[in-house]
Design a protein around this ligand. Structure first.
Ligand SMILES: Nc1ncnc2c1ncn2[C@@H]1O[C@H](COP(=O)(O)OP(=O)(O)OP(=O)(O)O)[C@@H](O)[C@H]1O
Ligand SMILES: O=P(O)(O)OC[C@H]1O[C@H](OP(=O)(O)OP(=O)(O)O)[C@H](O)[C@@H]1O
Ligand SMILES: [Mg+2]
Length: 282
């Protein structure tokens, strides 16, 4: 039975559970359940603190887990990224009072507060920058400058709303681009059954990212039409009852569907229909 660690709280928890449910796994309905067996799929889920997921995976007590790339790197656990999952996207950045600092080198001799102190220490060492201190805080790091505990922070930034509210501004290049990731233990053989979980999650990712596009086009225009639909695979072209026309079916990126429909219409395609993909194995 494959043992999978899932975040029980925070930003990662709900989307992780939703994705596993979409992938056909039984998921908890009550936020207090700690363990959930799904014998039909031969897996067992352990709901753990997001920060602890990598520790359990690295120690080998569970076979795989869902966490953030930033949390994985900060943990120092013996675990590696297996599959990026496309949600909880964020950047990890330095910030200081608006209009004060512009360069990471200026952190030298200053105090940096963060919940990701291992990650910050490693990054600054790589840049050859020596801070006065790295202060570990559990959360609400944005308040630390105003409260006089630090001069600079390093924190998760998505929209930047929290930073702005605290009068802070990012500076320097992002330390990291993070998102939710499926992780497994470093080295060794891949745990039995992990390939099924991986394929199922990939199926959800494709279903979310792509739509199915159908259209009709005159035979002499098929090549021109296909040229504007960069599909996942080669398009399916079938004859229509009217022998001069063909029906084309292709997977296209959801984000580009309107631009592609406009371009197809201009080429001469008609009856363009888009349908959502519910699940997939490609
Ligand atoms: N606003 C956000 N947007 C996107 N991802 C985020 C956001 N805040 C946190 N994350 C991601 O969530 C993970 C942190 O999970 P964790 O549950 O510890 O933090 P949290 O969401 O801040 O929860 P809490 O504050 O309730 O402890 C990291 O991978 C981080 O990048
Ligand atoms: O750029 P934004 O869209 O504002 O999002 C980023 C904020 O979201 C998270 O905080 P959370 O609300 O989880 O509080 P925390 O600091 O206590 O973790 C993160 O730690 C940042 O503070
Ligand atoms: Mg938080």
């Amino acid at each position: 039975m494959l043992r999978i660690a899932v975040p029980n709280k925070g930003s990662l928890s709900e989307p992780a559970v939703a994705m596993l449910r979409e992938a056909g796994y039984k998921q908890r309905r009550d936020g207090r359940e700690l363990v959930l067996a799904d014998p039909e799929n031969d897996v067992e889920f352990f709901f753990l603190r997001p920060r602890d997921v990598a520790v359990y995976v690295g120690s080998g007590t569970v076979d795989a887990g869902i966490t953030g790339r930033d949390l994985l790197l900060d943990s120092g656990a013996d675990a590696v990224e297996h599959l990026p999952l496309g949600f909880a996207r964020s950047t990890f950045r330095f910030a200081a009072p608006a209009g004060t600092l512009t360069d990471v080198a200026q952190i030298a001799g200053r105090r940096v507060a963060s919940s990701y102190t291992t990650l910050v220490a490693r990054h600054l060492a790589e840049q050859g920058v020596e801070p006065e201190a790295i202060v570990h805080l559990d959360g609400a790091v944005e308040s630390s400058v105003q409260l006089g505990v630090a001069d600079v922070i390093a924190d998760v930034v998505e929209t930047g709303t929290t930073l702005r509210a605290a009068g802070l501004e990012v500076f320097g290049e992002p330390i990291l681009r993070s998102e939710a990731v499926l992780i497994r233990r470093a080295g060794g053989a891949e745990p039995a059954g992990l390939h099924v979980l991986t394929r199922r999650l990939q199926g959800v990712l494709t279903a979310r990212e792509y739509v199915l596009m159908d259209f009709d086009v005159r035979n002499d225009l098929v090549d021109a039409a296909v040229a504007v639909t960069p599909g996942f695979e080669s398009p399916t072209v079938s004859p229509l009852h009217d022998r001069d026309w063909s029906a084309v079916r292709v997977l296209v990126p959801r984000k580009e569907m309107n631009r592609i429909m406009d371009a197809l219409y201009d080429v001469g395609a008609r009856g363009i229909l888009v349908t959502a993909v519910l699940a997939s194995r490609l």
